[in-house]
Ligand binder design. Structure first.
Ligand SMILES: [Zn+2]
Length: 180
């Protein structure tokens, strides 16, 4: 069986005091019994994650599809600058905010400007305009930040939970669906 994940990513390239915010969000999720507080080997990464817990059923719109009993079922918290991409879901369309052209089929080297932390912008290979990466329109959604919350093999969240998450982060979010 292939694995998938949903990552909640703030729409900010550099999140202020990200470590403090990561801890605050973790405490919030633990207080609702959504994840367990102790790290274990439950995510598809070299890092450890926080295991799923019973309260996850309250914030899922498809609780029967939650990954209880699966090994890969935890929450991974990322606090390093990262391109949160969609894996096999790929990139169908990437629209430049200046020239409105689709640059998804151009050489993806232009992404390294952000990935290498040279800038929080992307430079469009067609019109050469440099714009904040979050002004570009990715389909499906990709995420660009130094903070992210990846839930491995979880089903869809409720709208209420996503609203609460936005409030905790105090900014808009990208939801990134990844297939491995
Ligand atoms: Zn352009």
């Amino acid at each position: 069986m292939s694995d998938h994940s949903i990552t909640i990513v703030p729409r900010q390239s550099a999140y202020p005091d990200k470590e403090i915010k990561a801890k605050e969000i973790l405490d919030w999720l633990v207080s609702l019994d959504i994840v367990k507080p102790t790290l274990s080997d439950c995510v598809l990464s070299s890092n450890d994650g926080y295991p799923i817990s019973e309260g996850a059923k309250n914030i899922s719109s498809e609780p029967d599809l939650l990954p209880f009993g699966l090994w890969t079922s935890g929450l991974e918290i990322i606090t390093e600058r990262q391109v949160f991409h969609t894996g096999q879901n790929g990139m169908e369309e990437l629209i430049c905010p200046s020239c409105k052209q689709d640059i998804a089929n151009e050489d993806w080297d232009f992404l390294s400007e952000w990935g290498d932390n040279k800038s929080n912008n992307l430079t469009c290979p067609l019109c050469n305009d440099s714009t904040d990466i979050h002004q570009f329109n990715f389909t499906p959604n990709w995420g660009f930040s130094d903070l992210g919350f990846t839930f491995w093999n979880w089903s869809q969240f409720t709208d209420k939970f996503l609203e609460d998450f936005k409030q905790k982060l105090n900014c808009d979010i990208d939801l990134v669906y990844t297939w491995i």
